[in-house]
Design a protein around this ligand. Structure first.
Ligand code: FES
Ligand SMILES: [Fe+2]
Length: 382
């Protein structure tokens, strides 16, 4: 992304770095820990996840007709497949005969999906096209026995799934205010270089909290990325429930007075989009991290998926080594061993009863904003 796209924000960030002071609220705050340990609260949050569009795959994963991926959400398996007509669809990944999970592998390319139980067969657009011994099902209306479909939209390089048919909304409405940014990132032309899902012994919101403040960079990340960043300085803006933050690198002041059309913003400032409810989209100088959080079966567990998107798949050993190093430093160290590690430490302290409220400095106010937004989006409050 050219720095000139965010000219106004760049100027503000440079001023902030010069003054060594970022966005701050006018007061400190506290937050009870109940939302991180209460099973009833978890149920409401799972309900919220069913009502909102969720980033479920990168469009490169479903490029051609018959390409499919299987994704699990909250105990439900989803089959995403691109039909011969070019349309990407999402189905409950369960056979309409007696309910067997239809596709067992994670991805592939097929135009027919046959159930492992009795071989009912479905097309890539979900129609029931084959029933062995069809004479035994006289009177069946095949048109009503297609795979059960839910809303799937393609936008900004990703596929967005909404589980609850009553809650479908156009993606561009949902990202109002951020659509131009997301389009300008052009992530649809990228490729998935790295993709890993892990379980975490921490509530799904805790790692997001870590992406909402830069207060911890100098301490937690002292052995990884701290040397690159200015601590405690960030510029943040809210777009409905979504947040965009700019965290300056130490060289950000060099942006003063240069031609911003000639500059790659991410070499000086790290823009991060927190796409509500669960995606952290972090820009690096030559790649993007897409981190998605999903609630687990208990309040103190979750899973996280990290996809590293690169502009072109590496074709030389040197290019491959470059992105492999990015994965090692960011995924293996900064995220897994630091941000996600500390989230488990926090959950352990909360579970132990050692802390009844989180204390938030003036520079950590986005955590309160995010938590309040979750609260407002719970099914009981909408
Ligand atoms: S359950 Fe799928 S064919 Fe019988
Ligand atoms: Fe961090």
């Amino acid at each position: 992304m050219k720095a000139s796209f965010y000219r106004e924000q760049v100027e503000r960030v440079v001023q902030m770095v010069k003054q060594n002071r970022g966005d701050e609220s006018d007061h400190m705050d506290t937050m009870p820990v109940a939302s991180l340990i209460d099973p009833q609260r978890l149920q409401l949050e799972q309900g919220m996840f069913r009502q909102l569009p969720l980033l479920i795959a990168h469009c490169s994963e479903l490029q051609g007709a018959g390409n499919y991926v299987v994704r699990e959400l909250d105990g439900r398996s989803w089959l995403l497949v691109r039909g011969k007509d070019g349309v990407a669809r999402a189905f409950y990944n369960y056979c309409q005969h007696r309910g067997t999970k239809l596709v067992q592998d994670e991805k592939g390319c097929k135009n027919r999906f046959s159930c492992p139980y009795h071989s009912w067969t479905y097309s890539s657009s979900g129609e029931l096209v084959g029933v062995p011994r069809a004479d035994l099902f006289e009177g069946i209306n095949k048109a009503e026995k297609g795979l059960k479909q839910v809303d799937l939209q393609e936008a900004h390089g990703f596929l967005w799934l909404t589980q609850d048919p009553q809650c479908v909304q156009p993606i561009t409405n949902y990202f109002a205010g951020l659509n131009d940014d997301l389009e300008a990132l052009n992530l649809g032309s990228y490729y998935v270089f790295f993709d890993k899902t892990r379980r975490l012994n921490a509530n799904w919101k805790l790692p997001i909290f870590a992406f909402l403040e830069s207060y911890h960079i100098g301490t937690l990340h002292r052995n990884s990325i701290a040397d690159f960043f200015v601590e405690n300085v960030a510029l943040s803006e809210q777009f409905g429930p979504h947040i965009r933050s700019f965290v300056p690198r130490k060289n950000a002041v060099e942006l003063a007075g240069v031609d911003l059309d000639q500059v790659n913003l991410s070499e000086y400032i790290t823009p991060t989009n927190i796409l509500f409810p669960n995606v952290c989209m972090i820009s690096h100088p030559t790649s993007y991290s897409i981190i998605s959080m999903f609630p687990g079966q208990t309040p103190g567990t979750s899973s996280w998926r990290h996809q590293l998107l690169v502009p072109e798949m590496p074709s030389t050993e040197a290019e491959h080594a470059h992105f492999a190093k990015t994965v090692a430093v960011l995924d293996g160290k900064t995220y897994e061993k630091e941000d996600f590690w500390v989230s488990e430490q926090i959950q352990e302290g909360i579970n132990a009863g050692a802390i009844s409220e989180l204390t938030l400095g003036k520079n950590e106010n986005l955590i309160k904003f995010f938590s309040d937004t979750v609260e407002n989006y719970l099914p009981s409050n909408t």
